[in-house]
Design a protein around this ligand. Structure first.
Ligand SMILES: Nc1ncnc2c1ncn2[C@@H]1O[C@H](COP(=O)(O)OP(=O)(O)OP(=O)(O)O)[C@@H](O)[C@H]1O
Ligand SMILES: CCCCCCCCCCCCC/C=C/[C@@H](O)[C@H](CO)NC(C)=O
Ligand SMILES: [Ca+2]
Length: 507
């Protein structure tokens, strides 16, 4: 890891406040020679500098690099060096450019999809104002597509002729937009390799293109859980430095037919009902989740069914671990292999307020530790959380613990299992082909209300919330595909030692 010690090499020259500052080449974004004659100095940047060229130091170059700010934010910072000789200045610029050219993991050409409709509908503006200038400074070229309808990006990725010309795909939007990109890329990869997605047991081929997320959605939990913050500039910088974070993907099947992929949350009951209600209130923007969350909490519906799962007995961690998945996580660096002795299936029947499968922590601004704080990004497992029927008060205690340090699993009505595969069958589907879920649901809902008038009405079916999309079936089979995709991210870094920045230096 070659480092340029900015002031360390030039102790004899001027250093600001006598501070030494070291920047790894892997975190340099660009170097630019300042042409003092031709107006580069007039672009406003000189005003920000505490130093200007002098007669003794008339030549200058600027290095743009990553500075770590608070709460996992990254910022682009410039440091300008002044040189006494033109040749020395040239030599430094050339050397740094050569070092940067050796970083082969950095993307040069990206395909960018912007969802102008996600979150607060700021996607286009966020990209143009915050991200495009950084890509330009790092000499990354882009093909940009502003989507015109849902599934535009997914279908484009499935069919676009020359995907190989790109070093990655970037989506500007939320979890739903990311999900479109995952579906496009994974389907395309399977098609190109002759793999049948409809077979639940089929081993899928990993995607070679990395995906970048510029957060502009409502939850942004994939971005938050892989970078530590939903901040467009931070994400753009992780893309520019060419980070790579593998991630697990769940495939969801119904009756041996492929339905969807999921990377974050598959939630039945509470989170399915919140989503179904909130989709009708998209006009409210991100606040729709708070409104529908409160409403769903008050309705307090439970759902009966059977959950079967294959515990991941051979993994190194458990969902009750105290240490979360962080950058450089040892489980992520292990290669995925099919366990030699796949455990047997466990079956649990019951009445559930929520059935959640979290393939990653699902941390987001609403819940900074997430639904399953110790879930790993790329260990080939998902954490299956079963919340059994309980009082409203207890369910509220459980929900509130998502937002505090208290353990949301340490409650008698909650259990959590780390699994490789699971199935769910709603009670009323057990002798039913589930041909038309909605019609059956309405019929059964009425029937249950007639049969149990005093107990309040819980409908027979909820819906599955699959990364923010509603699945059309309640009976599903889910399998985890270890490290099927890669993101331009590195996992959440441990809190940094805060660094002060030397704004200018002379050599
Ligand atoms: N041009 C478009 N018009 C309408 N819908 C679109 C368009 N482009 C994409 N979509 C759809 O918009 C949906 C929501 O987008 P997105 O995920 O970006 O925002 P969000 O739902 O507000 O955020 P989050 O998923 O983080 O909660 C996605 O499922 C995507 O398929
Ligand atoms: C009364 C206090 C209640 C606090 C409850 C806080 C719990 C928040 C947990 C949020 C987890 C979100 C998981 C992410 C799911 C995404 O896939 C999806 C699409 O973006 N978002 C939602 C909200 O379904
Ligand atoms: Ca996982």
């Amino acid at each position: 890891n070659f480092k340029i010690s900015v002031c360390g090499f030039f102790q004899s020259a001027l250093t600001i406040d006598q501070q030494s500052h070291s920047v790894s080449v892997s975190e340099i974004l660009a170097v630019q020679e300042l042409d003092l004659e031709s107006g580069t100095k007039d672009d406003g940047r000189w005003q920000k500098m505490s130093q200007k060229p002098t007669e003794a130091y008339p030549y200058a170059f600027t290095v743009s690099y990553v500075r770590r700010a608070r709460k996992h934010r990254w910022r682009c910072t410039d440091v300008t060096f002044f040189c006494p000789e033109w040749a020395l200045c040239q030599q430094w610029v050339q050397t740094i450019k050569e070092q940067l050219a050796e970083l082969t993991s950095r993307p040069k050409h990206l395909l960018v999809y912007i969802n102008p409709y996600g979150g607060k509908q700021q996607g286009t503006c966020i990209y143009e104002q915050k991200v495009a200038p950084l890509f330009a400074r790092a000499s990354i070229s882009t093909d940009v597509i502003v989507t015109e309808h849902a599934n535009h990006a997914r279908d484009h990725l499935r069919t676009v002729a020359e995907l190989k010309q790109y070093d990655g795909v970037v989506c500007v939007g939320g979890d739903g937009m990311f999900s479109e990109i995952v579906h496009g890329l994974v389907s395309r990869t399977q098609k190109d390799n002759g793999v049948d997605q409809n077979s639940p047991e089929e081993k899928l081929v990993a995607c070679s293109l990395r995906i970048g997320i510029i957060p502009a959605g409502s939850t942004d939990c994939i971005c938050y859980g892989t970078v530590g913050i939903n901040d467009p500039v931070t994400s753009a910088l992780h893309i520019i430095v060419g980070d790579s974070q593998p991630m697990d993907v769940c495939s969801v099947h119904h009756n041996k037919t492929f339905l969807k992929y999921s990377v974050s949350l598959l939630g039945y009951g509470f989170y399915g009902d919140v989503l179904a209600d909130s989709e009708r209130k998209r006009w409210m923007g991100p606040a729709r989740y708070d409104f529908s969350g409160f409403k769903t909490f008050l309705t307090h519906h439970y759902y009966e069914g059977t959950v079967s799962f294959q515990p991941a007995t051979d993994t190194l961690g458990t969902p009750r671990d105290k240490s979360p998945c962080r950058a450089g996580c040892v489980l992520t660096s292990l290669l995925c292999s099919t366990p030699e002795n796949e455990g047997g299936w466990r079956v649990i029947r019951g009445k559930f307020l929520a059935i959640n499968a979290a393939s990653m922590s699902c941390a987001c601004p609403r819940s900074p530790k997430g639904l399953s704080p110790a879930a790993h990004l790329a260990d080939g497992t998902t954490d299956l959380i079963l919340v059994r029927k309980c009082s409203r008060f207890n369910f509220l205690r459980h929900l509130i613990r998502h937002t505090s340090k208290d353990d949301q699993f340490d409650m008698t009505f909650v259990e959590v299992h780390r699994v490789r595969r699971f199935r769910f069958l709603p009670r009323h589907c057990q002798n039913d082909s589930e041909q038309d879920l909605r019609e059956n649901g309405k019929r059964l809902f009425g029937q249950i209300c007639r049969d149990h008038p005093a107990r309040g009405c819980s409908p027979a079916f909820s819906s599955w919330n699959c990364d923010g999309e509603i699945l059309p079936h309640a009976a599903i089979e889910v399998g985890v595909h270890c490290q099927l995709i890669k993101l331009f991210a590195r996992g959440i870094e441990e809190p940094p030692v805060f660094e002060d920045v030397a704004a200018t230096c002379a050599i």
